[in-house]
Ligand binder design. Sequence first.
Ligand code: DGP
Length: 117
Amino acid sequence: MSDTPAEDCLFCRIVAGGIPATVVGETEHSLAFRDIEPAAPTHVLVVPRRHVPDLAALAATSADELADLVGLAAAVADREGVPGYRLVANTGAAAQQSVFHAHLHVIGGRDLTWPPG
Ligand code: DGP
């Protein structure tokens, strides 16, 4: 899977505060902020503070950080008050991953169809 040096990584720069974002939650290990191109009324990105290229790499290196990430995503969805939500982890360019720093999309607030496109 492709990777980006941490110093060139967009989400590392958001975590470090160098690029502004609308932060909606945080923990010791993870940060949640609104997606700049929302695909639904609730569209939040939840990222590990540590740079890893995708969710599988996070799982392979730290079960604790993976659990923290999912827990923060669930807490954000709860606070948003959506009746249901989808967690999406695009993995690889062929699956439309465009930022190679692990992240979950928390998507909700509208009818979600299945299967996704
Ligand atoms: P993905 O395609 O799964 O790698 O998702 C990357 C998401 O990141 C995409 O939905 C748009 C979002 N995004 C890109 N640039 C920025 C930015 O500068 N700020 C924020 N908040 N989101 C961004």
